[in-house]
Write a protein that binds this ligand. Sequence first.
Ligand SMILES: [Zn+2]
Length: 288
Amino acid sequence: MRVKKRSKHRKAVKFYATCFGFREPYKVLIDGTFVHHLLTQRLLPADEALRDLLSASRTPALFTSKCILAELRRLGKSHAESFDAAQLLTTTKCEHDKVVGAVNCVQSLIGDKNPEHFFVATQDPGLRENLREIPGVPVIYGLKNSLCIERPSMQQRKFAQLDEEKRLNMDISEYKKLLKAASEGKTIASENGSGEEQHEMPISSLVKNALHVTDKTKFKRNKAKGPNPLSCKKKKPKLPTAIQKQVRLMARQRGRGFGSGREAKKITSNWRLRTRRMGLRRKFQCSC
Ligand SMILES: [Zn+2]
């Protein structure tokens, strides 16, 4: 049961992160009723309990407002402890010069779109119901000695779906704007003298031109710069010209019939001895 609950909470947090851009460290706006619940149920420390609830890697930042604090103070001795605890939270700035009720203050802080990405923690059923109507407002509440996140409401899910569709499909006004931009491009082109070509183009290509979208991606083909080095034989080191001549002579002698392999070997060895004694140049001159 506990695992099932945790996965439900994770799913809800993921929904708000994906569809409404909630990011860690999460911000939690806490009202007086929730502070009172945390204290009576001993769900302390509150930031750790909320971190566990949101399955967050970083401790969430907890906020309250001066109107919420004022309401707790008005409640007197019964809520004195809650007032002291709420004073330790970060006070977010609200628009109210004159203190208003906590419900009104929370609603004004959230506005129409919850720009600050607050999770609202409250035990007030009326406020919870109101917040369900606003897209992108996750609600946290306490159930005895455990904390819960409300499942995204039908309105919130519909809004997220519509928003996604809007992002995927082009709006009519956007389409008109594109057409206008394309026609402006066309008039400029006709002024430059290439109007006939532009008139023949379909609307889709005009829109593409306005967006600077190319039809086909251009790939560069790597051309072969030479033969594959792996398929080539290694180059033999060049012999000096005198040795080359000697080798050729030996091959000729072998072809004529006189001079076996042994003799050839002998010649080369002799020649080597000679070269050692006489030097290469002298031998070459002698043979000539
Ligand atoms: Zn206020």
